[in-house]
Ligand binder design. Structure first.
Ligand code: UDP
Length: 253
């Protein structure tokens, strides 16, 4: 991490998408600095699917380019960086980050708001984290909806709760676009798109065992547990590597 705690090291571009070379430790230090600084900032947890979606969705591409921090939530991104002779030091997955953030929040007394997922899941995730990290305060929990019509009411609800950290679980690209559209109005120092993390924390979905994650096989576990995700998984394990291997020239940083 550079000397200025809120300036992450220069991003590595993967098919035009910036990804910051952060570790879990440097990410947590960045979050602590961002909460102290108070200005609204956005964190994205990118994976190969994000990169492929960004190829055809210019608005999403813009959101990723404007985000304050884009983390590598997928071993495919580490591999793609290595092919350019660059290094993303480790995977920083949203589903791991949520626990680390909760621990840090409990320690510092930060208020966390949990937005998204199916009815009751955000509340269950918040309750489980509070049980695990005594002192953790939920500023609020709400399923809501990523639909534009629901926005004014949700923004008001989150603003009124005055969280320090906002976790948004609407899946990509909806959650990241939602944060980008609303972060100024929300005034929350750190907003993070966390994908399916509430489902894992609440026990609605089960994560791959540690050994499978270490071998980069989380996708295989997901395919077995959730076969309906085949199309999305193929994007990550086939279309993305193919796009990386056949790209014409590496885009400028
Ligand atoms: N979700 C939601 N509202 C929507 C669409 C999705 O709350 O309109 C939630 C869904 O319940 C899940 C999360 O968004 O908790 C996305 O999960 P997924 O595993 O698809 O996320 P990924 O990390 O793969 O993007």
């Amino acid at each position: 991490m550079s000397s200025e705690p809120l300036t992450p090291p220069p991003p590595i571009r993967i098919l035009g998408v910036p990804v910051h070379p952060m570790t879990m430790a440097s990410t947590l230090a960045w979050v602590a600095a961002a909460v102290a600084a108070r200005a609204p900032r956005q964190v994205c947890t990118a994976n190969p699917e994000f990169v492929m979606t960004a190829q055809r969705d210019a608005a999403f591409r813009q959101v990723l380019n404007a985000a304050d921090l884009v983390l590598a939530d997928g071993v495919g991104l580490l591999w793609a960086a290595r092919r350019q002779g660059r290094m993303l030091p480790e995977r920083v997955a949203g589903s791991d980050l949520i626990y680390q953030l909760a621990e840090l929040a409990a320690r510092h007394g930060w208020r966390v708001f949990y937005l998204g997922a199916a009815d009751g899941v955000a509340a269950e995730a918040a309750a489980r984290l509070a049980a695990r990290y005594p002192g953790l305060v939920a500023a609020g929990t709400y399923a809501g909806s990523p639909r534009v019509e629901a926005e004014p009411e949700i923004v008001e609800r989150v603003r009124a709760a005055r969280p320090d950290v906002l976790l948004v679980a609407y899946g990509a690209p909806a959650q990241d676009k939602w944060i980008s559209r609303n972060k100024a109005a929300l005034g929350v120092p750190v907003s993070v798109g966390v994908g399916g993390a509430f489902d894992f924390v609440a026990g609605v979905a089960v994560r791959a065992p540690r050994w499978a994650r270490r071998l980069g096989l989380e996708w295989l576990h997901r395919l077995i547990r959730q076969p309906w995700r085949l199309r999305r998984i193929l994007t990550a394990v086939a279309a993305f590597p193919l796009a990386v291997l056949t790209q014409k020239s590496s885009p400028p940083d």
